[in-house]
Write a protein that binds this ligand. Structure first.
Ligand code: AHQ
Length: 244
């Protein structure tokens, strides 16, 4: 892949827009900064977390899960394109639930109960630390203020999400047998939902950011969102400690 990048980069010069495959490769290169590599997440997924660290992560990540449909509603409110809205609205349904599907936020509460947390101490957010609160609020505020296409681009951290969900599904039952298996349903649901969401977000991003300057802006937006996720893990590591 790098040889291709170098060839196409040389051919394109340093001001022309990247072809779509190079632009996509540049977006995917950002995965090196994804929170799967954060020491707190490495601790979680290599079986080194204590029950208190697991419960702290679940209780704090609840603030992020609650924010996702709020953020997605902000994207909808900024988007005049009916075809985009018809697809994007599914993200809100996936989290808030609809019909017989209780949704992802309910699944997260079941994960919380499986780790020994009470629904009340999660829903009242007593455990959410300031750094997580600030990072989550920054993401919602970004989606409210910025053009809807920039928020679509920010959601592309999910390019890297199926891997982290599969990692939890593969490792948690072995490392944390005290967490009931049905508590992991959220991660199972997200593997396919994230892939579907990314197909939509990536197509919009590749089509919208057409000049080299705009493509660089897209990389900066993705870096902002990667920092949101990384900062959340920094705040949780500060509160609960990291065992490496
Ligand atoms: O459960 C997650 C989720 O629903 C979303 C939506 C998407 C967005 O719109 O920004 N990002 C995202 C993510 C979820 N889970 C995170 C995890 O580590 O469990 C990963 C996160 C993401 O990659 O942005």
């Amino acid at each position: 892949m790098n040889a291709l990048l170098d060839t196409i980069r040389d051919a394109s010069g340093d001001t022309d827009a990247w072809p779509a495959d190079v632009f996509e490769a540049r977006l995917r290169e950002q995965g090196a900064a994804y929170h799967i590599h954060h020491p707190f997440n490495v601790m979680l997924n290599t079986g080194k977390a204590t029950p208190e660290q697991i419960r702290g992560w679940v209780a704090n990540r609840y603030a992020y899960q609650l924010a996702i449909p709020i953020k997605d509603a902000a994207v909808l409110s900024n988007c005049p394109d009916r075809e985009v809205r018809r697809e994007w609205i599914q993200r809100i349904l996936d989290h808030d639930g609809h019909g017989d599907d209780p949704g992802g936020i309910e699944a997260w509460l079941r994960l919380a109960e499986a780790t020994g947390l009470t629904r009340e101490e999660v829903t009242d957010q007593r455990h959410v630390v300031p750094g997580v609160r600030f990072a989550v609020d920054a993401y919602i505020d970004f989606a409210r203020r910025r053009p809807w296409q920039e928020s679509v681009c920010a959601s592309l951290t999910e390019l890297f999400a199926p891997a982290i969900h599969r990692q939890r599904l593969a490792n948690w039952p072995e490392h944390y047998p005290w967490i009931a298996g049905d508590g992991l349903a959220y991660f199972r649901n997200r593997v396919s939902q994230a892939r579907r969401d990314v197909d939509h977000s990536l197509a919009i991003t590749l089509a919208h950011f057409r000049t080299r300057e705009a493509q660089q802006r897209a990389l900066d937006i993705l870096r902002f969102k990667l920092d949101v996720l990384w900062a959340m893990n920094d705040a949780m590591a500060n509160r609960y400690g990291v065992t490496t």
